[in-house]
Design a protein around this ligand. Structure first.
Ligand code: NAD
Ligand code: MG
Length: 387
C-alpha cells in the first residue's frame, strides 16, 4: 500500500486531498502515516482516526492535551509543536502533500523534500522563501516535485513531452480576484470580509486575500521561476476571469499549449496524486457551448502593485522572496485586524523590500527563518506606528 502524509490536512487543500483519498478507498487503499493541522484539533483527530493514521500533529504546542483527548484510545499517536511537524514530515512516506499555509510550511516541506519520494507542493511560500534550498533538497534526495497549485500543475502538464530549451514563455492566468472591477478609490475601503470572498475558487483565508491583492500571482511567478527554471522575462500574467484556462506555455515556434479545466483544486491535486497516470476524477466536465466565451485582459499595475513587486523579487533573488512573503503575511495580519487598509498591504511590502537586505540566494534554512522573523518584526512595528 502507498504510504501517504498530508501536511495541512485540516485546510482547504487538505480537504480536497482527503476527498480524493476517501474516494480511492481511504484506509483500505492507503497507509496513512502523518496528518497535521493547527487549531482545529477535533477535525484533525476525527480524520486521523477514520484514516487510521500513525500520527496526528497540531502545530500549536498548547493544544497537545486537547488532541490527545480527542484521539482517545484510537491508537493514533499525538504530537504538537513546530519540531513535531518536521518529525512527522520526515517519517518515511511515498507521497507527501505540503499544504500548510504560509512560511510556517517551509521547514516541514524541506524535511519532506529530503525523503527521496514524491512531494506534492501546494505550499508555494516554501519556494518563494527558499526556492533554491527546496530544489537542492529534492535533487540531493531524488525527490519528485509535483506542483499542486493549479497554474503550476497546468504548466507541468503542458511541458510533458516537451523540451525545456524550446520554451519561450510561460503565461500564468489570474482570476483577478473579487476586486478586479473595482476602482483604486473603492479598493481603499474594502473590508476583510469582502476580500476573502473569491468569485471562482473556494479556498483558505490567506490565499483568498492574496488573490484579492494579486499577491497570490506574485508568489506564483516566483514559484514558477524555481519550478520550471525560467528567466524573469519569460514569465507573464494575464487576467482570465473564468479560471478555465489554468495557464499556458509558449514555444520557440510561436505555438502555445494551454491546460483547461473547471476551477476545482481536485484536478491539480488528483494529477499529482496519480502522476504519471490519469484516473477518473470527480470534477465537472467542461461544456464549451455553455461557457460560450473565455475573456483575457492585461492586469492593471496601478490597482495591483503586487505584480510589479514580483518582478523586482524575480530580479533580486531568493532573499527578496523571503522578505516579500514575510512582509505580506505580517501586513495581512494587520489588515485582518483592521489596523491598516487593503492598499496599505502592498505599500508595506515595498517598504520592507527597501529596508531589508534582499540581494542573492539565502545559504541555509536558519538564514531564511531569521530574515523572515526580522521582516515580520519591522512590519509589525510599522503597523503599530512604533517605527
Ligand atoms: P487553509 O488556511 O485552508 O489551511 C491551511 C492548513 O495549514 C491547515 O491545515 C492549518 O491547520 C495549517 N496551519 C495553519 N497555520 C499553521 C502553522 N502556523 N503551522 C502549521 N500548520 C498551520 O489554507 P489552504 O487554502 O488549504 O492553502 C494551503 C496552501 O496551499 C497555501 O500555501 C496556499 O497558497 C496553497 N494553495 C491553496 C489553494 C486553494 O485552493 N486553497 C490553491 C493553490 C495553492
Ligand atoms: Mg494558484
Amino acid at each position: 500500500m502507498r504510504r501517504i502524509s498530508i501536511l495541512g490536512a485540516t485546510g482547504s487543500i487538505g480537504a480536497s486531498t482527503l476527498d480524493l483519498i476517501d474516494r480511492a478507498g481511504g484506509a483500505e487503499a492507503f497507509d496513512v502515516v502523518a496528518l497535521t493541522g493547527n487549531s482545529n484539533v477535533a477535525k484533525l483527530a476525527e480524520t486521523a482516526i477514520r484514516l487510521r493514521a500513525d500520527v496526528a500533529v497540531t502545530a500549536d504546542a498548547a493544544r497537545l492535551d486537547d488532541l490527545r483527548s480527542a484521539l482517545g484510545n484510537s491508537g493514533v499517536e499525538a504530537a504538537a509543536g513546530p519540531e513535531a511537524l518536521v518529525e512527522a514530515a520526515s517519517r518515511p512516506a511515498d507521497w507527501i502533500m505540503s499544504a500548510i499555509v504560509g512560511a510556517a510550511g517551509l521547514a516541514p516541506t524541506l524535511a519532506a523534500a529530503r525523503q527521496g519520494t514524491a512531494l506534492a507542493l501546494a505550499n508555494k511560500e516554501s519556494l518563494v522563501c527558499a526556492g533554491q534550498l527546496v530544489l537542492d533538497a529534492c535533487e540531493g534526495a531524488g525527490t519528485q516535485l509535483l506542483p499542486a497549485d493549479s497554474e503550476h500543475s497546468a504548466i507541468f502538464q503542458c511541458l510533458c513531452g516537451e523540451r525545456q530549451k524550446e520554451v519561450e514563455r510561460v503565461i500564468l492566468t489570474a482570476s483577478g480576484g473579487p476586486f478586479r472591477d473595482r476602482s483604486r478609490t473603492e479598493m481603499e475601503s474594502v473590508t476583510p470580509e469582502q476580500a476573502v470572498a473569491h468569485p471562482n475558487w473556494d479556498m483558505g483565508q490567506g490565499i483568498s486575500i492574496d488573490s484579492a491583492t494579486m499577491f497570490n500571482k506574485a508568489l506564483e511567478l516566483v514559484e514558477a521561476k524555481y519550478l520550471f527554471d525560467l528567466e524573469p522575462g519569460q514569465l507573464e500574467v494575464i487576467v482570465h476571469r473564468q479560471s478555465i484556462v489554468h495557464s499556458m506555455v509558449g514555444f520557440a515556434d510561436g505555438s502555445l499549449i494551454a491546460q483547461l479545466g473547471p476551477p476545482d483544486m481536485r484536478g491539480a491535486i488528483g494529477y499529482a496524486l496519480n502522476f504519471p497516470a490519469r484516473v477518473d476524477l470527480p470534477v465537472e466536465r467542461l461544456d464549451f457551448a455553455k461557457l460560450a466565451q473565455l475573456d483575457f485582459e492585461a492586469p492593471d499595475p496601478d490597482r495591483f502593485p503586487s505584480l510589479r513587486i514580483a518582478q523586482e523579487v524575480l530580479r533580486k533573488g531568493g532573499r527578496a522572496g523571503t522578505v516579500m512573503n514575510a512582509a505580506k503575511e505580517a501586513a495581512m495580519a494587520g489588515f485582518l485586524n483592521k489596523q491598516i487598509g487593503f492598499l496599505d498591504m502592498a505599500d508595506l511590502v515595498d517598504r520592507a523590500l527597501d529596508a531589508l537586505p534582499c540581494e542573492g540566494e539565502p545559504g541555509a534554512l536558519d538564514e531564511v527563518l531569521a530574515l523572515d522573523a526580522d521582516t515580520r518584526t519591522r512590519v509589525a512595528a510599522w503597523i503599530e506606528g512604533r517605527d
